[in-house]
Structures are given as structure tokens and as C-alpha cells.
Design a protein around this ligand. Structure first.
Ligand SMILES: *Cc1c(COP(=O)(O)O)cnc(C)c1O
Length: 404
């Protein structure tokens, strides 16, 4: 029996609407920056991942203009990396990323989503096991499902549970050659907390597991030199560690990279389908990302400003009695519980001139809907103060509604 697309999806769309889970795309008509035009409104933006304010950086724009006026680049890559798409700017960006992170090599991907599919699909085989944190980014979860390995999860940052999964894998594989891979976000994208990488690294070494860390929100923003969660925690990745970073967040451009050993990178080039069968990102984006890397490397002051903003916001929010998560990063969620409340608060903030996204299931677990406030170095203390005042206002209004 067959049905039309409309018959299948109309009820599903209606159900989403009734559950307050319907998603819409806000229309942006300004650069990504603290004050933006969104849906025709002028708002202070507390939703983006542009942590260092590089998405509209004049230094990066200048680099792009120079590039466009040169005879080196043109516009599109025109082909995959293994055909004729691998431009000098891609090559140099890879070298510069590897030098910066102290890994043997790095490899560019068009998106972080594809990098996460590629690594897990390519590295892991039938008989292997991927052990991932329950709150890992959706692209890591999809990457695990896309591989032929078995996929186990452990409760968020629960190291005893991770060790039990590793023990079970070791017993199961005692007689054969199955390999375990631990997979975790560095900074968790919806909670902002950091994985306990010291313990995870020790466990990986003890159980001879490989370790994959997706530090999309760590690179650029965390660590004295912006080298992410490892630097923040005073750790160095070992030869069996795979780092994944994105260029679309603190770097302000787009795309992603995998950094690690020579053998890892060569294996991805030879065998990773999301690397091989896709057009290279534009060389213009690679040139822009090279300029962005220079900015990231020199952004000590911005990172300090960001850290001050984080302290200011947390102190203010705590004083108001808002429920925060124990997050040291630029991601500062305010837990509200149900999707309806999160949407209502987001709407009230919008009316007061602040753009703060409501994050609802299935992106977060049921009952954990939240506002996801993100801070950037380019915010001013006055803008953060004003956001806190708006929260205070909404809380006061709620009290009067309850007592009426
Ligand atoms: C954003 C994000 C990704 C996806 O990266 P894109 O380049 O946007 O596809 C992967 N992992 C994490 C943790 C992210 O936050």
C-alpha cells in the first residue's frame, strides 16, 4: 500500500506544532555580530557560536578581498580534493592547523558533520565497539551509527560507567582483534561543560582504546592559546587520539578539520567516503580560514574578555536564582524544563530586543528544554547587564501572574 508525501507528513507536522517543537528559520539580514537584524528586528544576539567575533572580522574580509583580486584563487574548488580541487590554500591551512596543534597532520572537511561521519566510518570495523557519551553531538551519534562497529553509550561524563563499558569490551574481545574507540565532545554543545579528558585519556590508555574528541566549541575559545579543551586541562593528545574541530564556530568561517597522526590522515584520504566523494570547500574559504587562524592565535585578549563575560553572566544569573549548568565555557544554558516555557521565555526576550534560542527535544532530553545563552568576546558588559535585567523583568512578571 502506498501513500502520498502529504498523507505521511501532514500529521507529523501537526503533531510537532502541538508539542511546541516546530522549528522555523529566522531570517538574517546583517553580518553575524552582537547587534543583528533578525526577522526584521534589531536584536542583541546571544545565540551564535562566533565566540571571538571573527565572523565579520575586517582582517579576514581584507584577506578575502586580496585573494579575490589575485590570480591564485577564483571562486569555486571545481572538484574533489583527489581530483583537481586540492588548492594551495587548502594545503597550507592543513599544515598551519597541524603546526598550531602540534599534531603530525590535519585534514580539511567541508563540515564537522562530515568529519564525524568520516572518522568513525573509516576507523571502525565490524567487531569493534564505539563508546560514546550520552550527550554527544548529533553528528557523532550519526557517525557511530554509520560505522559497522557496535555502538554503546555511557551516561554524561560518568567515568565509572565508561570504565565498565571498556571492561566489557575488553572481555568480549579477549579472543579476537576488536578495537574500542571512546568518542566525546570536548565542550558539550548544549550544556557547555567540558569532558573530564584527563580521566578519559587515562582510561583510554589503560584499556588500549582509541580516543576521538570533537572540540567544535573548544578550539579558539578555550585554553590560553585557544587550543581547546586539551590545553585548558593541561593535557596533550597522544598518538591514538583523533581531534575534530570546526571552522564555523570560533574561527568565524566554515568547514572542519581532523588532526592527528600521519597514518590517521593518510587513511582518511584513502578510505573516508565523506572526504573522497565531495567537492572541496572553496579555496576562498580556506584562505579566509588561514586568516582566521592567525586571528585565533593572537586572540589572548579576546579570550580573557570572553572569560570575564562568562563570569559576569554566571554571577548575575545566579543572583537572579536562574538554574545554570556547571559550565566554564561560552555556552551558558538556563534550564527551564518544558518546551513551552523555553519558547515563551525566548519570545519575551525577543520582545525586549534579545535573541536567545530555545533548545527543545529532540536536541536535548525530554524535560530539559532550555535557553542556550552564548557569549562572545565582542559583547559589551552593558549588553550582558541588559540581558540580565531582561531576565529579572521576566521573572518579576511571572510572579505577578502567579499571585493574581
Ligand atoms: C557544530 C558542531 C558540529 C558540526 O559542525 P559543522 O561544521 O557545523 O557541520 C559537530 N560537533 C559539534 C560538537 C558541534 O557543535
Amino acid at each position: 500500500m502506498s501513500t502520498s508525501i502529504a498523507e505521511r507528513f501532514t500529521p507529523r507536522l501537526q503533531e510537532r506544532q502541538h508539542q511546541h517543537l516546530y522549528r522555523t528559520r529566522a531570517l538574517v539580514t546583517s553580518p553575524q555580530q552582537p547587534i543583528m537584524q533578525i526577522n526584521g528586528l534589531t536584536v542583541v544576539n546571544f545565540s551564535s557560536n562566533d565566540y571571538l567575533g571573527l565572523a565579520n572580522s575586517s582582517a579576514i574580509k581584507d584577506a578575502l578581498i586580496t585573494e579575490l583580486n589575485s590570480t591564485l584563487s577564483g571562486v569555486g574548488a571545481g572538484a574533489a580534493h583527489l581530483v583537481t580541487g586540492h588548492h594551495l590554500h587548502h594545503h597550507l591551512l592543513e599544515d598551519e592547523l597541524a603546526d598550531w596543534l602540534g599534531t603530525e597532520r590535519a585534514l580539511l572537511f567541508s563540515t564537522g558533520y562530515m568529519a564525524n561521519l568520516a572518522v568513525q566510518q573509516t576507523l571502525m570495523q565490524a567487531g569493534d565497539v564505539i563508546i560514546g557519551d550520552k550527550l554527544n553531538h548529533a553528528s557523532l551519534v550519526d557517525g557511530a551509527h554509520a560505522s559497522s562497529a557496535e555502538f554503546k553509550r555511557y551516561p554524561h561524563n560518568d567515568m565509572a560507567a565508561l570504565e565498565r563499558r571498556l571492561q566489557a569490551a575488553a572481555q568480549q574481545h579477549a579472543s579476537c582483534t576488536g578495537q574500542a574507540l571512546i568518542v566525546t565532545d570536548g565542550v558539550f554543545s548544549m550544556d557547555g561543560d567540558i569532558a573530564p579528558l584527563k580521566t578519559i585519556q587515562t582510561l583510554a590508555q589503560t584499556y588500549q582504546a582509541w580516543l576521538m574528541v570533537d572540540d567544535a566549541h573548544g578550539f579558539g575559545a578555550l585554553g590560553q592559546n585557544g587550543k581547546g579543551s586539551f590545553e585548558h586541562l593541561g593535557l596533550t593528545p597522544d598518538a591514538n587520539t583523533i581531534l575534530v574541530g570546526t571552522l564555523g564556530k570560533a574561527f568565524g568561517t566554515s568547514g572542519a578539520f581532523v588532526a592527528g597522526s600521519q597514518v590517521l590522515i593518510e587513511s582518511l584520504i584513502q578510505f573516508a567516503r565523506p572526504y573522497i566523494y565531495t567537492t572541496a570547500m572553496s579555496q576562498l574559504n580556506a584562505a579566509a580560514s588561514r586568516a582566521a587562524l592567525k586571528q585565533v592565535q593572537a586572540a589572548q585578549v579576546s579570550r580573557e574578555t570572553l572569560a570575564q563575560h562568562i563570569r559576569q553572566f554566571r554571577q548575575g544569573a545566579q543572583a537572579l536564582g536562574l538554574t545554570l549548568i556547571d559550565s566554564p565555557s561560552a555556552i551558558q544554558p538556563i534550564l527551564l524544563g518544558d518546551a513551552h516555557t523555553a519558547l515563551a521565555w525566548s519570545e519575551q526576550l525577543k520582545q525586549r530586543g534579545f535573541w536567545v534560542g530555545a533548545i527543545r527535544p529532540p536536541t536535548v532530553p525530554q524535560g530539559q528544554a532550555r535557553l542556550r545563552v552564548t557569549l562572545c568576546s565582542t559583547h559589551t558588559t552593558a549588553q550582558i547587564e541588559a540581558l540580565l535585567a531582561a531576565f529579572c523583568d521576566i521573572l518579576a512578571q511571572q510572579k505577578t501572574t502567579f499571585t493574581q
